[in-house]
Design a protein around this ligand. Structure first.
Ligand code: CTP
Length: 406
């Protein structure tokens, strides 16, 4: 099974109540219900009367394997709103229409969904979606501000093409995958709240000429997984990324860089405010000493020789920018003397934790979605984890980081 489609933390076994209100974006709630269910959440769906003009309860029932609810009073099932409100670990309203926002801001309880919102103690995420002028209206903005002040979490809307030839604007429902990430942040304990976590990810590229470079096979997956996991735990996350085709992780401040030199500058700038540095990037160790200003042309019968020079070692070159107490984690990919090399780097680069994997093992290393790593820390026993998805490895690493942070 695709690792993204396997029941996983923090959704597995958690009860998520998905409220769907009557806007055209309700069709995306079908995908969201499916994604939540595949992630392992026990997903209960509540549709408003308006939602049922767009999507049928049966759709959700088939995908979640549970009855979809819409009525405040069902004969033989008293107090449905209280049961659903009490059972939920998180409530998501997606899409949330202007009318729903107004009713909720006014404290109405005239249908099942609004009654649940008054009765639940679970965190509530509201994902607005509507026409851009309706969204910009002062009344809608006042309703959203009021809901925010009441403790509701608000995510979106996204900017993009709106329904029915209305052009582009803020009003689109967030992508279901992004809503899933926001849901995860509600379900996860906020164990890194108030912490600033800086993550580096991906390869670097060192120019040979304007069209060619020296690079490596790093995809960025490990670093992006770490950024996502830290954000879910409540951290403020800065992700300094070399070139990667992965989508920006929800919630992280993404800074793109290309070369080892640029990564070094970005890490130096970020370090003074960092509680944690997770140095997952595969930084190039060498670069052409004199990159050509224009494309190097082929010379028949003559192979060019590339003269290389060292790039800065980011971890060593920024040692002076670390504040006392900043926790630093390094990553290494080795093929020989794996543990001895890793321990040498742990000490030499003054790390609190080293994550190492053996590139010769199947399922570990670059360009795969899994990894088998060993964790090394000063004065601690080495710990080898089983083969896990890179997202699961990220969670395990952050569990150790939390322990080391105390
Ligand atoms: N690293 C760094 N700057 C570099 C190279 C690596 O900060 N120029 C960091 C990596 O991000 C990683 C750690 O150092 O967290 C170990 O990287 P690795 O490439 O394994 O170590 P090197 O010191 O480059 O040793 P070698 O390539 O010889 O194994």
């Amino acid at each position: 099974m695709d690792a993204r489609r396997r029941p996983r933390r923090p959704y597995a076994g958690r009860r998520v109540l998905l409220g769907v209100t009557g806007g055209i974006a309700a069709y995306k709630a079908i995908q969201l219900a499916r994604d939540l269910t595949l992630a392992g959440a026990e997903t209960e769906v509540v549709l408003t009367a308006g939602a049922q003009d767009f999507v049928r309860p049966l759709c959700f029932e088939a995908l979640t394997g549970r009855a979809a609810h819409s009525s405040l009073y069902t004969p033989g099932q008293p107090l449905t709103h209280i049961r659903l409100a009490r059972d939920a670990d998180a409530v998501i309203v997606a899409p949330a229409t202007a009318n729903f926002l107004a009713r909720t801001a006014a404290g109405m309880a005239d249908d099942l969904l609004t009654a649940i919102l008054l009765a639940t103690a679970a965190p509530v995420l509201v994902c607005p979606a509507m026409n851009d002028r309706m969204y910009a209206h002062a009344q809608t903005q006042a309703n959203l501000a009021h809901l925010g002040a009441l403790g509701y979490h608000i995510a979106g809307p996204a900017v993009g093409p709106l329904a029915w030839g209305e052009g582009e604007g803020p009003g689109r429902l967030l992508d279901p995958m992004e809503i899933l990430e926001h849901t995860a942040r509600l379900l996860e304990a906020p164990s890194l709240s108030g912490r600033r976590v800086v993550v580096t990810a991906g390869p670097t590229r060192e120019a040979i000429d304007p069209v060619r470079y020296i690079g490596n096979r790093s995809s960025g997956r490990m670093g992006y997984g770490l950024a996502a996991s830290a954000w879910r735990r409540g951290a403020e996350v800065v992700l300094i990324s070399g070139p990667s085709s992965l989508p920006a992780p929800t919630g992280a401040q993404l800074q793109r860089v290309e070369t080892a030199e640029q990564m070094c500058i970005a890490v130096r700038d970020a370090l003074p405010a960092a509680d944690v540095l997770l140095m997952a990037a595969a930084v190039a160790d060498y670069r052409p000493s004199e990159p050509a200003g224009s494309k190097v042309k082929k010379q028949p019968g003559q192979a060019p020789v590339l003269q290389l020079e060292s790039t800065p070692d980011v971890l060593t070159a920024t040692l002076d920018a670390r504040r006392p107490g900043t926790l630093v984690v390094g990553f290494a990919l080795e093929t020989d003397d794996v543990l001895a090399n890793a321990r040498r780097k742990l000490t030499g680069k003054q790390l609190d934790l080293m994550v190492v994997n053996d590139a010769t093992e199947p399922g570990a290393g670059f360009e795969v979605s899994t990894n088998r790593v060993t964790l090394l820390a000063p004065h601690r026993e080495d710990e080898t984890l089983p083969l896990l998805s890179k997202d699961e490895v990220a969670d395990q690493i952050l569990d150790r980081v939390e322990v080391l942070l105390g």
